[in-house]
Design a binder for this molecule. Sequence first.
Ligand code: SF4
Length: 177
Amino acid sequence: MDQKKLEEQITQYPVCEYAFINPADIPFLEQVRYICRTECPQYGTSWSCPPAVGSVEECKERCLACSGGFLFTTVSEVNDAANMEETLATRLEHEEITRKIRDLFREQCRDVLVLSTESCAVCEKCAYPDAPCRFPDKMFPCVESYGILVTELAEKYDITFMNGGNVVTWFSLILYP
Ligand code: SF4
């Protein structure tokens, strides 16, 4: 992976902070999966969420099979961070930037694994579980769906996860072979 080239290329996108990470540093926790199962209305409704993504152990194996990773954030200012509709609307731009950065990684290696934010919202109604995902190339499982405690990973690499009261911080993680 030509990290220097990537660092030059990503300057064209509004990435707030980033770090090249060692997949061995990713914290996988069953408790994160427990929160998905017990608190998230998206659980069991999307190919991008558990249980469709596999067990935490399977997700961990997939990540640890990669040689490196790229963790990055984008930020969006909102009028009221408690307003979920306003907050979630800012996610679309982050997903678009994630796609563009994913493409930069793909210029160097085909098989990248991309994890991003929240449940996939590409289709109005997900095909899960009756039919395969309609757009596997656009669909990114959310980081938490893999059981990853992203705040701990961010802390380890000095990436800020609280950027102010009405600032939403979105994370993506790209893993490469
Ligand atoms: S692209 Fe469509 S079918 Fe695939 S996970 Fe997203 S919403 Fe579901």
